[in-house]
Structures are given as structure tokens and as C-alpha cells.
Write a protein that binds this ligand. Structure first.
Ligand SMILES: *[C@@H]1O[C@H](CO)[C@@H](O)[C@H](O)[C@H]1NC(C)=O
Ligand SMILES: *[C@@H]1O[C@H](CO)[C@@H](O)[C@H](O)[C@H]1NC(C)=O
Ligand SMILES: *[C@@H]1O[C@H](CO)[C@@H](O)[C@H](O)[C@H]1NC(C)=O
Ligand SMILES: *[C@@H]1O[C@H](CO)[C@@H](O)[C@H](O)[C@H]1NC(C)=O
Ligand SMILES: *[C@@H]1O[C@H](CO)[C@@H](O)[C@H](O)[C@H]1NC(C)=O
Length: 226
């Protein structure tokens, strides 16, 4: 009887989930065949591909740090971000400023959620996927991952992710902003290269002391996937 009740309840819950409106997939995804990444002149860290990207997203999230008491500086222990599609902004002035605009909303209020930030970005942007850290598949420590397996047009594709390793690092002109990066894929089929550019925020305080709590620092960035 108990088993039956649990089964019946499961059916009710599953049935309800099925009845939810289906997620819009590529409602705001636009053609990127003319998009080209521009990188600063006179540097060798970031090399722009000559081809078009597969995706351009704006990441909204946090960079997480712990205090290394030996060095009295914060060390990165991961990041968590939600990426929304900015392909339809490409070519407009709003594209260049989207990361900064999102950052201003993200940092204006303490209680604001990432989804609320995304909702202010106009044209009902699609969520492309999530960014977070996982154990390095080819070594030790943690590696960044971009996971599009459960969002947007790639939802349901188990290979729509990329785990990468940094191969280029260009400090930002503003010391509050995390570096621009060029990342090479080590696993996954989402992209062979990822670029993090147009960063806002994310840098920890310059010093810390033993016993300081772990901290999360809000940031936004543009991510290009090739
Ligand atoms: C959106 O998805 C539909 C159905 O999968 C597809 O036919 C269409 O080409 C897609 N549009 C864009 C702009 O990717
Ligand atoms: C790059 O370097 C060249 C040669 O030093 C210089 O003429 C040029 O102005 C530099 N460009 C930028 C954007 O800094
Ligand atoms: C702190 O920094 C020192 C010096 O660079 C390094 O040897 C050590 O592994 C770091 N500690 C942690 C917990 O990362
Ligand atoms: C990073 O911080 C976020 C909160 O913004 C938290 O959800 C996440 O678990 C943290 N991840 C790590 C690896 O510290
Ligand atoms: C802070 O982060 C370090 C490294 O990820 C972790 O080992 C430690 O448990 C965290 N401390 C707290 C209080 O969450």
C-alpha cells in the first residue's frame, strides 16, 4: 500500500513536471557567421581565431577565493556563473557594453539573483549554460568547465560541454577586473577554444590574513566559444 502510494505520488510529480511549459530553446539565438573576436594589439597572450565563433555568451556569477596564509593573498578556488546568449546583440553598441551593463545590475543590489540580472538584458536572452570548476581530468587540481548540456539549443546533448586549460592570460587595464584569457579544450565537444574577454569585477582584495573566510566576488565577462 505504501509502495503504491509512493508510486502514485511519483506519477503525480512527474506528470506535473511534464505539464510545465516547454523551455524556449533558441528564441534569441542569431547568426554569428560574420562575428570575429578582436583582441588588443601588441600582445602575444590572446590570438584571435580567423573563423566565426559557435557561441558568444555573457557570464554572470562569482569568482571564489580562499586565503593563502603563507602568501597573505587570495587564491582562486573556483567560479560559478550562468551564461546567457548575446549573439543577437552582436554588431550593436549594446554588445560591447553588455558585460558592463550586466555587472552594474549584478552589483547594484545585494539580493539580486543571476536570473534577475539576465532578465534585464532585453530580448529575453536564452541561457546557454553554466560555468563552474571540476577536478582536472588530465592532472591535479581544478579545471574550468562550461556546460551547455541542459540549456538552450544544446540541451540533451551529453557532449555539449568543454573543460579547458588556460594557454593565454592578459591582465585587464582596470585592476578590479579579472584577466582576459585564452583557453584550450582538454575534454568535451562544445568548443576547441574559449576566450574570456570584456571582464568586469571578480578580483579579490590584494591582501588577506590567516583565518579570513573564503570569499565570492561578483563578476561578468564575455565568453567566445570556437
Ligand atoms: C532554432 O531552432 C529551430 C528548431 O531546432 C531551427 O530550425 C532553427 O534553424 C533555429 N534557429 C536558429 C537561429 O538557430
Ligand atoms: C603597437 O606597436 C607598434 C610598434 O611599437 C606601435 O607603432 C603601435 O602604435 C602599437 N599599437 C598599439 C595599439 O599600441
Ligand atoms: C600558498 O602559497 C605557497 C607559496 O606560493 C604555496 O607553496 C602553497 O602551496 C600555497 N598554499 C595553498 C593552500 O595553496
Ligand atoms: C562559489 O561560490 C558560489 C556562490 O556564489 C557557490 O554557490 C559555489 O559553491 C562556490 N564554489 C566553490 C568551488 O567554492
Ligand atoms: C575554503 O576553501 C577551501 C579550499 O577550497 C576549503 O578547503 C575550505 O573548506 C573552505 N572553507 C570554508 C570555511 O568553507
Amino acid at each position: 500500500m505504501l509502495t503504491f502510494t509512493i508510486l502514485a505520488l511519483t506519477f503525480v510529480i512527474l506528470g506535473h513536471a511534464d505539464a510545465l511549459p516547454s523551455k524556449k530553446h533558441n528564441s534569441t539565438s542569431c547568426d554569428l557567421s560574420h562575428a570575429r573576436l578582436k583582441v588588443p594589439a601588441n600582445q602575444t597572450q590572446l590570438i584571435a581565431p580567423t573563423s566565426a565563433p559557435r557561441f558568444i555568451g555573457i557570464g554572470v556569477g562569482t569568482q571564489n577565493y580562499t586565503c593563502n596564509a603563507t602568501k597573505s593573498t587570495y587564491a582562486l578556488i573556483g567560479a560559478v556563473a550562468e551564461l546567457f546568449d548575446s549573439s543577437c546583440l552582436y554588431g550593436s553598441p549594446a554588445f560591447e557594453s553588455a558585460s558592463t551593463t550586466a555587472y552594474d545590475v549584478w552589483t547594484a543590489t545585494t539580493g539580486v539573483t543571476i536570473q534577475e540580472v539576465i532578465n534585464t538584458m532585453g530580448r529575453d536572452p536564452t541561457v546557454l549554460g553554466q560555468h563552474y570548476y571540476v577536478p582536472n581530468p588530465k592532472g591535479s587540481g581544478l579545471s574550468p568547465k562550461w556546460d551547455f548540456t541542459s540549456s538552450g539549443a544544446t540541451a540533451g546533448n551529453p557532449n555539449a560541454y568543454v573543460i579547458g586549460v588556460k594557454i593565454g592570460d592578459l591582465p585587464s587595464s582596470d585592476s578590479n577586473d579579472i584577466d582576459d584569457l585564452m583557453i584550450k579544450a582538454v575534454k568535451g565537444e562544445l568548443a576547441s577554444k574559449v576566450f574570456r574577454v570584456e571582464t568586469s569585477g571578480g578580483q579579490p582584495p590584494t591582501q588577506c590574513a590567516a583565518g579570513d573566510s573564503n570569499i565570492t566576488i561578483k563578476y561578468t565577462a564575455q565568453y567566445w566559444f570556437f
